[in-house]
Ligand binder design. Sequence first.
Ligand code: DX5
Ligand code: ZN
Length: 239
Amino acid sequence: MPPKAIIAPSILASDFGQLSHECSRIIGQGADWLHIDIMDGHFVPNITIGAPVVTCIRGSVERSQDWSKGVFDCHMMVAEPQRWLEDFKKAGCDLYCFHYEAAETSKAPHTPSSELIRQVHALGLKAGVAIKPDTPVDVLFPLLDGDDEKPDMVLVMTVEPGFGGQKFQHRCMPKVEALRKRYPELDIEVDGGLGLETIDVAAEAGANVIVAGTAVFGAADPSEVIAKLKSVVEKNLVR
Ligand code: DX5
Ligand code: ZN
């Protein structure tokens, strides 16, 4: 199946004091998925939320049967991604996107990416693998080409993970281009500094899942920004 344009606002930029309301509001304004940033203070120098909070917001956002709306895209910026998998499954996570760097260096039970993908799938979730700006894209090729279970999505970070509101790093675009060239049908997500000024380069490079925090939640009219981001991605997908 050819990839679809998917806009996934990062709730990190929302008002955490009324998180459930913010989540249902942004879906109502045209968001496809919700990008939920989980930070543990170890993998990144910041802490956000854990599974109990995800459970609460799941109550106000339904996922559609065809996975086109309301998908909880959990971006696990945590040092031991294998440790939180079952909790997040129970909380209502749909897509468990862990960092390659964390999985490969995880402590006991050491669970490298290929094994963790298997575990994610065994629980009925989709698996995503994320790489930081300094991690070469080649590390993903064995996972995408091998005989083992493959990730459903890859996330190319366009900022150093840890904080919203950072500047988009153009230097990460060759990684997106390389992935799109090799894998025409893969879901390729970009995250960090995406907005109306940077969407063109990301979409031209081949990204189809767009995370945007500040650009969406900080907008006077989020629905307009979501629609514009989506139309740029769609235009590039049909080329
Ligand atoms: C950063 C997070 C991002 C962040 C994006 O570590 O992974 O998802 O919320 O925020 P913006 O769109 O504001 O750069
Ligand atoms: Zn993120």
